[in-house]
Ligand binder design. Structure first.
Ligand code: PAF
Length: 274
């Protein structure tokens, strides 16, 4: 495995190039993306870069976990060929002033609650795509809105990159794997699986029995019944357009339920198909 700090060192790729962009603090979710990439590509490139332009909260950026040494060991064991772990100056030699139009996909949920977040994601992902020039790139469905936005961006920019979405990886108690989980206090870690438990039960029972608006309220109330959790939003939206749904619609799987929940100072997101 070759560790590259400079874009110019990323050379000599062979065959189909697969790319897994990450912000480090790697966990089983990232490793499932790497595994999928390894299975379907000849060269596997992983980036580790905590992108400052996508953090709307300076404290969140400051506290974001950084575990490079452990990350490199995991990536080596996973059979990665190249790790790109650049400095901020390497990725942004000049400040990036580009403003993206994501066709409204960024006006709801994370976009509405984290102003500028997706513009920063667009900046870094397009910049990394430009450096790595992958044939295929892998993203997790935990950040379902991010995945939709990246697909849209690739289409808009006409990039010849296949975007592959990979299923959410959960701990055995149901908590979606996230780098932020390692920042939870033991009490909040114990409370956090309640989020998925509520979502699972809700999607099985609420569709068709109450209105969509009522379902969102019920889900928020049930999550907040745990005193260590506080819902920021619950949204039920079309899986392809991310438009908030007003009715339940026809097809199973055409809607998804999305939540953002505060567990103390840590903000967690999750989503399930309905
Ligand atoms: O999902 C993430 O970890 C980040 O948003 C990404 C895609 C690596 C861009 O910084």
């Amino acid at each position: 495995m070759k560790l590259c700090r400079r874009a110019a060192e990323l050379a000599g790729f062979r065959g189909t190039v697969g790319f897994v962009p990450t912000m480090g603090a790697l966990h089983a979710g990232h490793l499932s993306l790497v595994e999928q990439c390894r299975k379907t590509c000849d060269t596997v490139v992983v980036s580790i870069f905590v992108n400052p332009t996508q953090f709307n909260d300076p404290n969140d950026l400051k506290n974001y976990p950084r575990t490079e040494e452990a990350d490199l060991k995991l990536l080596e064991a996973a059979g990665v060929d190249y790790v790109f772990a650049p400095s901020v100056e390497e990725v942004y030699p000049e400040p990036d002033t580009r403003v993206f139009d994501f066709g409204g996909l960024d006006s709801v949920m994370e976009g509405a609650h984290r102003p500028g977040h997706f513009n920063g994601v667009g900046q870094v992902v397009s910049r990394l795509f430009d450096i790595v020039k992958p044939n295929r790139a892998f993203f997790g469905e935990k950040d379902f809105q991010q995945l939709a936005i990246i697909r849209y961006m690739v289409q808009q920019l006409g990039l010849p990159i296949e975007i592959v979405g990979c299923p959410i990886v959960r701990d055995s108690d149901g908590l979606a794997r996230s780098s932020r989980n390692m920042l939870l206090t033991p009490e909040h870690r114990q409370a956090a699986p309640h989020i998925y438990a509520v979502l699972r039960e809700a999607v099985d029972t609420l569709r068709g029995t109450v209105t969509v608006a009522e379902a969102k309220q019920i889900i928020a109330r049930r999550i907040d019944a745990n005193p260590l959790l506080k819902t920021e939003y619950v949204e039920i939206a079309e899986a392809d357009t991310l438009k908030p749904a007003e009715t339940w619609g026809e097809k199973i799987g055409d809607l998804r339920c999305f939540v953002a929940v505060h567990a103390g100072p840590i903000r967690l997101i999750d989503n399930v198909a309905i």
